[in-house]
Design a protein around this ligand. Structure first.
Ligand code: ADP
Length: 374
């Protein structure tokens, strides 16, 4: 790839022009010394200024001044959907950063890029004009390391599943035998602790496995008919003993008019399971309600609890990776902070919308709208 240095013709005009040109040269030298590609474009995304690194990343070996960005920068998103860069730039109102775009070269090769777009307003009032500064960086190497890491997590979590399931089953059996034979209370307590920890490990491995698949973008939805009424009734039945063990009541409030839903059953199950297990985990007294009704060519499902609740500030962060509320009530439970992050990823795949309502000390209500996937 040829690297073009930006130069300006020397001029022999008046000193004031010379000094302006000197400043201009200084600016060009400055941006040319940058490792990141920099392109400044005008309001209609035509190139004003650029540096050598930008030409390298864009793989262009001729001057691009005055050309439309769209004529030499072809982008796709992580799902290989084409992105109109001109449209993207022109719709940017505040600084925008993405690490998810891929640039396609004419010879068929591609590179993952870091892209930032910053709108700049030059001049004042109506006389002023809008332009944009675009920074580009090739992050293919970083991305491939991230992919390797996710692949590694995926393989490891898969391999760990079987031994942990066997350990969990055996500890559970041993616990049962000790309880039945009224064995040593210390042994029973040790087995109970070991059982809780293996359950936690199993939960963590499950979250990690889904997370790595979601990060690698390998999750695809296979839409099938789901009988939401039956699915929720079955889930309520399965979680009843867990709720009962904590002294909680588990209710269902399912509309009679529920129809079959066309969606990804495995993911719908996983999303609802995360809300239900959280509702049980974060509720010490009262009840949990699992409700559903038809809505707008889809279904609305809600999981409501009378638990510890979530503060307003935390409500904005509970879907972040590894986030757990910083309070005693949450800390006394075990968790990875990955459940809701994974839930949100899966919800996006299902084109679902989640809303959270909660009041500290009163309880929480998670509502999810699941549309029919055509
Ligand atoms: P984990 O439960 O493993 O900590 P999640 O991602 O499922 O991770 O949840 C993130 C955080 O959101 C929890 O740690 C907790 O602070 C809060 N949270 C989630 N569901 C509830 C709920 N029903 N009631 C109160 N807090 C909740």
């Amino acid at each position: 790839m040829a690297k073009i240095k930006i130069t300006d013709a020397m001029s022999d005009q008046a000193p004031v022009v010379e000094s302006a040109q000197f400043e201009h040269q200084r600016l060009l030298s400055l941006i040319n010394s940058m490792i990141d590609g920099v392109v400044a474009v005008d309001e209609s995304a035509h190139v004003d200024i650029y540096n050598g690194a930008a030409l390298n990343i864009l793989d262009v070996n001729s001057a691009i001044q005055g050309q439309s960005l769209g004529s030499f920068c072809k982008l796709v998103d992580s799902n290989s959907q084409p992105i109109d860069i001109v449209e993207l730039v022109r719709s940017t109102t505040t600084s925008y950063v993405s690490r998810d775009y891929i640039i396609l070269y004419p010879d068929g090769s591609k590179a993952n890029i870091y892209l930032s777009i910053a709108p700049v307003h030059l001049g004042y009032g109506k006389a002023g004009s809008r332009s944009y500064v675009i920074v580009l960086r090739d992050i293919s190497h970083e991305k491939s390391l991230e992919e390797e890491r996710d692949e590694f997590i995926s393989v490891i979590s898969h391999e760990l599943r079987t031994p942990i399931a066997i350990a969990e089953g055996n500890i559970s059996n041993a616990k049962f035998i000790v309880e039945k034979s009224h064995g040593d209370a210390k042994i029973a307590k040790a087995l109970e602790d070991a059982h809780q920890q293996t359950l936690f490990l199993a939960e963590m491995i499950n979250d990690l496995s889904t997370l790595s698949r979601a990060e690698r973008g390998v999750l695809t939805v296979e839409a099938e008919s789901i009988n939401i009424h039956d699915l929720l009734t079955e889930m309520a039945h399965n979680y009843e003993p867990e709720a009962k063990a904590k002294g909680l009541r588990l209710y269902t409030d399912l509309s009679r008019n529920l129809e079959l839903l066309l969606s990804g059953k495995l993911y719908v199950h996983e999303v609802l399971q995360n809300f239900i297990t959280n509702a049980i985990k974060y509720t010490d007294k009262g009840h949990i309600t699992i409700g559903a009704k038809p809505q707008d060519k889809g279904v609305i499902v809600w999981i409501e609890d009378t638990g510890i609740g979530i503060s307003k500030t935390d409500q904005e962060r509970i879907y972040d990776k590894f986030f757990r509320a910083e309070n005693y009530e949450t800390r006394k439970t075990s968790g990875t902070g990955l459940g809701l992050y994974v839930t949100m990823k899966l919800a996006r795949l299902l084109h679902a919308e989640i809303t959270t309502k909660s009041q500290l000390g009163k309880g929480s209500k998670f509502t999810i709208y699941l549309p029919n996937l055509q």
